[in-house]
Design a protein around this ligand. Structure first.
Ligand code: PGA
Length: 256
């Protein structure tokens, strides 16, 4: 996996027609080959169109959730195999919006991550503290616990297909961004936790992204931090110009 990975999270935005238009535009601006890794995580119904639009560009396509069973009576859910067949090679699990609004727990995040890894998908595991935890000074404890619980039963080999996205919940969609120092410090806590589980070498290789109001203006400063290896971008990933500017900032940073 590339050392810097910029991933977009479209959330519940973009129809299939809008997806096609987005890829027509973005592919004139981004050539992922040779640069940082670029992933776009789109709604299920856009996967096929996105995969077609990204063909030949090196941009990878991901989904935003996956069920942990292979098949069966789980109305409304989608399996890892279905995602792969639709053109996804990545999937986000444990996004804070799923934890907040859809009853996702550390346990189900772990089950989903393991099912996705077993099916050969790369997984972007999201975690991060709520404002209350930051204010009470327990951010490190919260992210360390979330990291351990998310990775339970994940082998060292599977860890190579894992990205962790540190997303302070108070910074998502709010326009509030963690300072580069805050982002670096907490990504460092996550890396130290991974080192305690898998050793220093594996932890060093792990891609840890920052997410939460990252945009074309603040990306360069965040990406410069040693523990920040990329971004998970919501709002700004819907605009081709903003998203490609963030990718350009990451490519510049890789050259440093
Ligand atoms: P945002 O979302 O960039 O719109 O804050 C980030 C995310 O939720 O992944």
């Amino acid at each position: 996996m590339k050392k810097t990975v910029i991933a977009g999270n479209w959330k519940m935005n973009m129809t299939r027609a809008e997806t096609k238009a987005f890829f027509r535009e973005i592919t004139t601006q981004i050539r992922a080959k040779g640069g940082c890794g670029v992933v776009l995580c789109v709604p299920f119904t856009d996967l096929a169109a996105a995969a077609r639009g990204a063909r030949g560009t090196g941009i990878k396509i991901g989904a935003q959730n996956v069920h942990y069973e292979k098949k069966g009576a789980y109305t409304g859910e989608i399996s890892a195999e279905m995602l792969r067949e639709a053109g996804a090679s990545y999937v986000i699990v444990g996004h804070s919006e799923r934890r907040q609004y859809f009853g996702e727990t550390d346990e189900t995040v772990n089950l989903r991550a393991r099912a996705a890894l077993a099916a050969g998908l790369k997984v972007i595991i999201c975690l991060g503290e709520m404002l209350d935890a930051r204010e009470k000074g327990v951010t490190d404890e919260v992210v360390s616990m979330q990291t351990k619980l998310a990775l339970r039963g994940v082998s060292e080999k599977e860890l190579r297909s894992v990205i962790i996205a540190y997303e302070p919940v108070w910074a998502i969609g709010t326009g509030l961004t963690a300072t580069p120092e805050q982002a670096d410090e907490t990504c460092g806590v996550i890396r130290a936790t991974v080192a305690s589980l898998y050793g220093k070498k594996a932890a060093k290789k792990l891609v840890i992204q920052y997410g939460g109001s990252m945009n074309e203006k603040n990306a360069a400063d965040l990406l410069r931090m040693p523990n920040v290896n990329g971004g998970l971008i919501g709002g700004a990933s819907l605009k081709p110009a903003a998203f490609s500017a963030i990718v350009a900032a990451a490519n510049e940073n890789e050259k440093r």
